[in-house]
Design a protein around this ligand. Structure first.
Ligand code: NAD
Length: 483
């Protein structure tokens, strides 16, 4: 077994096993080979993880913030030192090309840990003068936070949740996706090596039922989920019953609007990144590409030409640019959307079939003449399928771009910067780009509006979602009472 961890769970600073839990087989999407066999958490494992987090959190919160930051910073150094080994594991877990996992996944996670390690010690409350009396505020951690991850960026998601949570004095129980359970266990091990007290960060494995058990436990103060909209609705409802805080990073069907004055090569490059990176399995992808009529055919011809040069193949080969989908189910789902696109009359520009590099490959696919009502323009596909829609006016593009339940991301390409800002200002999306796409530096808030979620990850904004403000009124004189 190529990637078998020492045990399924990591609780209270130690590997933890309970073979009574349902077996979870981890397969390498590149070949279908089983690389690890784990067990889902039993109720006893869930209980042990939350109890351990609850115990550890109080001392961790009392620690000087700069010392918490120093521990997180040591973890960053370990992650960067072991970059190649961690990227290799991420590729085995996800099937994403090693040329992606070496630069995107753990590196982005390390950036988040580094950023919050430095930010947390700078957080202070305020003093509010009240004319003699005064008040002050203290920013406090929430307590035990649960993180639940999706399978597309498993280690990055674990780091993006752990970094703001732990730096501000919370403890975390993290449940990775059952499809990609390996990276989070590495993170737990690295934290201990960096000097983090046992129990501050715990990992338990399992499917939705384990996530649900964590989300409803009364000892848990917050749930941060990265996943699909239907799961988000369930987790949000469960959290509401216990008045828990939530962050919801959910799915999308984001618009990318390309005006006819845009730099064509940049716009095409961005559209490709926004649909084919990670084989299209990215929440913020710009999967509805609105192209202004004047440049439509030139755009499509050059897009087809560039898409034809994408090198699909063995994810572990450093030359490979495009890997398989994550699972057979996902492959069936994406192929059925491609069939729907053809059936509903979209014009196939390139791709449109399974790839021959392995059972889970799908060719990078572009449909043109897509209309707003077609299924491929309405539903999240989560695969390498770009829908190109054409438009004539700015107003029309904005109205059509907003005509969706989703609101995660949006992009605009234009040489007219005034127009770029004007259009972005009217798009209903949480994370936007002008003349760029899908760049998510840790300094910038990342998150959604509408059905795509709420709360923000990264940046100073994430602090709001992992802390709460305590107000303290200080009376400086005798109490003025009518009684
Ligand atoms: P999913 O919703 O099927 O699962 C996400 C996680 O939730 C998994 O760990 C799963 O086990 C858990 N889960 C399932 N049911 C649950 C329940 N009832 N209670 C608690 N937990 C439960 O999503 P997925 O297929 O793993 O990931 C793909 C989806 O994630 C896509 O929709 C994608 O857009 C979204 N996503 C969003 C972001 C973002 O930041 N907005 C990032 C990556 C992926």
């Amino acid at each position: 077994m190529k990637a078998q961890p020492k045990a399924s769970h990591f609780i209270d600073g130690k590997w933890h096993e309970d073979s009574a839990g349902e077996v979870i087989e981890v397969t390498y999407p590149g070949t279908g080979e089983v690389i690890a066999r784990l067990h889902a958490a039993t109720p006893a494992v869930v209980d042990a993880a939350i109890a351990s987090a609850e115990r550890a959190q109080k001392d961790w919160a009392r620690m000087q913030p700069v010392e918490r930051g120093r521990i997180l910073r040591r973890a960053v150094d370990i992650i960067r030192d072991r970059g190649a080994e961690l990227a290799h594991l991420e590729t085995l877990d996800t099937g994403k090309p090693i040329q992606e996992t070496e630069v995107a996944d753990w590196p982005s996670g390390a950036d988040a840990l580094e950023y919050f390690a430095g930010l947390a010690p700078t957080l202070t409350g305020e003093t509010i003068p009240l004319g003699g009396d005064f008040a002050y505020t203290i920013r406090e951690p929430l307590g035990v936070c649960v993180g639940i991850g999706a399978w597309n960026y498993p280690s990055q998601i674990a780091c993006w949740k752990a970094a703001p949570a732990l730096s501000t004095g919370n403890a975390m129980v993290f449940k990775p996706s059952e499809i990609t359970p390996l990276g989070a266990l590495k993170l737990a091990e690295i934290f201990i090596e960096a000097g983090m007290p046992a129990g501050v960060f715990n990992v338990v494995q399992g499917r939705g039922a384990v996530g649900a058990a964590l989300s409803t436990d009364p000892r848990v103060a917050k749930v941060s989920l990265t996943g699909s909209v239907p799961t988000g609705e369930k987790v949000y409802a469960a959290a509401a019953a216990g008045m828990k805080h939530v962050t919801m990073e959910l799915g999308g069907k984001s618009p990318l609007i390309i005006f006819d004055d845009a730099d064509l090569e940049s716009a095409i490059g961005a559209a490709m990144l926004a649909n084919f990176y990670s084989s299209g399995q990215i929440c913020s992808n710009g999967t509805r590409v609105f192209v202004q009529k004047g440049i439509k055919e030139r755009f499509l011809a050059r897009l087809a030409e560039r898409t034809g040069t994408i090198l699909a193949g063995d994810p572990l080969d450093p030359a490979t640019q495009f890997g398989p989908l994550i699972t057979a189910d996902q492959h069936v789902k994406v192929m059925s959307y491609i069939a729907k696109g053809k059936e509903e009359g979209a014009r196939l520009i390139c791709g449109g079939a399974a790839g021959n590099e392995g059972p889970l490959f799908v060719q990078p696919t572009v449909f043109a003449d897509v209309t707003d009502s077609m299924t491929i323009a309405r539903e999240e596909i989560f695969g390498p399928v770009m829908a190109v829609l054409d438009f004539e006016t700015e107003e029309e593009a904005i109205a059509r771009a907003n005509d969706t339940q989703f609101g995660l991301a949006a992009g605009v390409f234009t040489a007219d910067l005034a127009r770029g800002h004007r259009v972005i200002g009217q798009l209903e999306a949480g994370t936007c780009w002008i003349n760029a796409y899908n760049l998510t530096p840790v300094e910038m808030p990342f998150g959604a509006v509408k059905a795509s979620g709420l709360g923000r990850e990264n940046s100073k904004a994430a602090i709001e979602h992992y802390t709460q403000v305590k107000s303290v009124y200080v009376g400086m004189g005798p109490v003025d009472s009518p009684y």
